[in-house]
Ligand binder design. Structure first.
Ligand code: G3P
Ligand code: MG
Length: 356
């Protein structure tokens, strides 16, 4: 039986702005053993190519874009509905500043938001084929009164309000919870019609919206990850995308007199993401062996992670073998992992020592 591995990133290979030395050794060992693998993360906010390039550099190894399964990577097929000149726009949410290592390289702290306001979240959406991705900050620049509690970024340009927003996709952690919650609720109440959100002469037509009504059909809303917390170099965990979702659900329900927020989840531990990751591992196996027979040979998939609720639950629920490390979110206590190890290097020991 062949084997394949999915490495989690935050808390397994990287801790905050630091690459774990065990990670460099672990990746080198699986590459030397020609074991197919992917990096499977609930993080994102950039293109697979950019993330692969950065990780190749810091892990001192050659990682391909096709081995990167970011939280939003499996959302790419959604672009088919928003890909031509007549399509609706989509709102892409995600922090432009939270990619790894930005803290250690001040000169690059704005690297994913250029002077033209182009962000790596938007680059990813364009690469997937979305024709008109729009950023929350671009909406704020167009109408600062939407969230009048801070100045909009000078690096973003205003956008046209003519095109309706047809869907909202959260690619990464929110950069500004207040701005994003307000804009999402505005779009939900107007069916994605930005003109009705920002133009004063629409006031009469939107009067009923002030009374907490929403259109019967909710705008499609997609979250790329549900993690409540993640861990960086600080002793306490940091809020992740799931924490923002809880906050949004609360304000949306309050605004609509109890209507539940409807949404679709991607990322670990969801099946759609594990199916995608398996295909990516199989594709890597084909490229290593140059054999097209590989995908039909049985495979034992291993998921190495630090978060019991995403990495371990996801691996277990999708028929993979789960390995929990102690270098991230998990510290102690009951867990459902098949193996509990100190770090990623020990996880690779466990995998490579198995008969296969
Ligand atoms: O937002 C949570 C994210 O940073 C977790 O990343 O690599 O541990 O799945 P990862
Ligand atoms: Mg992790």
């Amino acid at each position: 039986m062949r084997i394949g591995i999915a490495f989690d990133i935050d808390g397994v290979l990287i801790r905050g702005k630091r690459v774990l030395p065990q990670a460099i050794r672990a990746i080198r060992r699986v590459q030397d053993a020609r074991v197919p693998f992917v990096l499977l993360t609930n993080g994102g906010g950039t293109t697979e190519a950019a993330k692969a390039k950065e990780l190749s550099r810091v892990l001192d190894s050659d990682i391909r874009a096709s081995q990167m399964v970011l939280a939003h990577t499996p959302m790419a097929p959604l672009a088919a509905n928003y890909s031509n000149v007549n399509s609706n726009a989509v709102l892409i949410l995600g922090s432009p500043f939270l990619c790894i290592f930005t803290c250690t390289r001040p000169s690059s702290s704005k690297r994913n938001e250029s002077k033209s306001g182009k962000s790596e979240c938007k680059d990813a959406a364009l690469a997937y084929g979305f024709k008109y991705p729009v950023l929350a900050e671009e909406i704020l620049v167009t109408c600062p009164e939407i969230w009048p509690f801070r100045a909009p970024s000078k690096s973003c340009q205003p956008i046209s309000l003519d095109r309706k927003i047809g869907a909202i996709l959260s690619f990464h952690d929110s950069q500004d919870w207040g701005r994003d919650a307000q804009i999402i609720c505005d779009l939900m109440r107007t069916g994605g019609d930005l003109r009705r959100v920002v133009e004063p002469h629409h006031r009469d037509r939107t009067r009923h919206l002030h009374q907490h009504h929403t259109p019967p059909e909710q705008l499609p809303l997609y979250f790329s990850a549900g993690d409540f917390v993640w861990s960086n170099n600080l002793p306490l965990t940091r809020f992740a995308q799931g924490a923002f979702r809880y906050a949004l659900e609360t304000v949306y329900s309050r605004l609509t007199h109890g209507k539940p927020l409807e949404y679709t989840m991607y990322g670990k531990p969801h099946k759609v993401t594990y199916d995608y990751a398996q295909s990516a591992i199989d594709a890597h196996a084909v490229s290593l062996s140059l054999s097209h027979e590989v995908p039909i040979m049985p495979c034992k998939y291993f998921g190495i992670g630090d978060n019991p609720e995403s990495d371990i639950a996801g691996a277990n629920n999708n028929g993979w073998t789960s390995i929990l490390v102690k270098t991230g979110v998990y510290e102690s206590g009951p867990h459902e992992a098949k193996y509990l190890v100190a770090d990623v290097e020990e996880a690779v020991d466990v995998i490579l020592s198995q008969p296969h």
